[in-house]
Design a protein around this ligand. Structure first.
Ligand SMILES: Cc1cc2nc3c(=O)[nH]c(=O)nc-3n(C[C@H](O)[C@H](O)[C@H](O)COP(=O)(O)OP(=O)(O)OC[C@H]3O[C@@H](n4cnc5c(N)ncnc54)[C@H](O)[C@@H]3O)c2cc1C
Length: 361
């Protein structure tokens, strides 16, 4: 038997769950989220979870991230405590050539209203005394911070469910049929009919695209992260490369490796990551590392989000992005506007999938 919904979202990670929540705030009936495993089983459960604007380029992309970061304090008020902390972000540098680059970045950001301060060595050490005393300086932005990704996805999901959204987990979508005015979505546990269909499959977006005969050019990029034992709070800022979580653990790393869906952790990257951490914050040399994990980034071919409707297929939408933790409140808001109002309050044309060749390669 087929069950009908107004909207089906495929993928319950931070992006799909944010869309489900924001949509359900305005339209409570008929929303179903399907996930092949469970909402934290993909990238959203294996991330650093900085809410990060700092050093994103070009400046229009930084601006997009800033709008999303600005929504976080309200989000926590609406869906509950997601352990969001606007710590401010520091990017240390160790030579004068990097100071020049930092000054150029600060200038470019100034034009769009993002304040980046280029700190001297003394100012950087005054802010974060644990930094390596050999630091030459740092860029600082007050908008950056971090969040607990587990709480974030869980709270989106709870708030969405409270608004009537249904979740169906361990339910992989295997086929999508487009009929006039509706989609038929076949999954492991049954067949569903809907008017609007949103593809929020993260790193599996390419596979989902094939089900509707279009190319969604999202690649995989592995990142490995080390986690220390809980330490007394000592890091005041989110530092590009590491952050201290609410429970005292320090999460270190951001490797970028083209390894497909392989989620292994490897000794060479673990070693490199540990060296980076000790270079930035020497006292971490004595910290005990209790685990290492890896996550697979969903990386659109040109690095920028793919958002909006899919040309030529009415009521079919896609939301696939890196930096999905930072961007989730804004993506949820804008996708809701697009679906319900047909337009968005912040333009997303430059993120349209139509910038790529849609033919399957
Ligand atoms: C190491 C690392 C560090 C990162 N650091 C940051 C950071 O500091 N800040 C930041 O903003 N971002 C960061 N990111 C990126 C961020 O984590 C991701 O952009 C975000 O989690 C993506 O969310 P998503 O919902 O799109 O994908 P996912 O969380 O992967 O969700 C996609 C869901 O789709 C489901 N799915 C796929 N195919 C199907 C199907 N056929 N049927 C049903 N369900 C399906 C999957 O089961 C999955 O649950 C990092 C990522 C990594 C790997």
């Amino acid at each position: 038997m087929e069950t009908s919904y107004e909207t089906i979202i495929i993928g319950g990670g931070v992006v799909g769950s944010s869309i489900a929540y924001h949509l359900s705030e305005r339209k409570k009936e008929g929303i179903l989220v399907l996930d092949q495993k469970f909402p934290l089983s993909g990238t959203s459960g294996s991330t650093q979870a900085w809410v990060w604007v700092h050093n994103k380029t070009p400046s229009w992309y930084a601006e997009f991230n800033m709008y999303s970061a600005e929504l976080y304090p309200y989000l926590s008020k609406k869906i509950g405590d997601v352990e969001y902390k606007r710590t401010g972000g520091l990017s240390p540098f160790f030579n004068e050539a990097d100071r020049e680059k930092a000054l150029l970045l600060a200038e470019a950001y100034k034009k769009i209203g993002i304040k980046i301060k280029v700190l001297s060595r003394e100012e950087a050490l005054e802010k974060e005394p644990s930094l390596n005393p050999e630091v030459a300086g740092a860029t600082y932005s007050s908008i950056d911070g971090n969040v607990n990704p587990f709480r974030l996805v869980d709270m989106y999901m709870r708030a969405a469910k409270k608004n009537g959204v249904q979740y169906s987990t361990y339910n992989k979508v295997t086929e999508i049929q487009k009929l006039p005015g509706k989609f038929i979505v076949s999954s492991r546990k049954g067949t569903f009919v809907c008017n609007n269909l949103i593809l929020a499959g993260g790193t599996w977006s390419r596979e989902l695209g094939k089900l509707v005969d279009i190319s969604i050019p999202v690649n995989q990029l592995r990142g490995q992260i080390l986690v220390t034992e809980p330490l007394k709070p000592f890091l005041h800022y989110t530092i590009s490369g590491l952050r201290q979580a609410f429970n005292g653990e320090v999460l270190i790393g951001y490797s970028m490796e083209e390894e497909g869906f392989n989620r292994a952790t490897t000794l060479d990257v673990i070693q490199e990551t540990a060296n980076m951490a000790v270079h930035y914050v020497p006292q971490l040399k004595k910290a005990k590392v209790v685990r290492a994990f890896s996550g697979i980034r969903a990386m659109p071919e040109d690095g920028f989000p793919i958002l909006g409707n899919i040309p030529g297929i009415e009521n079919l939408y896609v939301a696939a992005t890196h930096s999905g933790v930072t961007l989730s409140p804004l993506i949820g808001t804008l996708m809701t506007e697009l679906i319900l109002d047909g337009e968005t309050s912040i333009p997303i044309d430059r993120y349209s999938i139509s910038r790529f060749d849609l033919a399957i390669r």
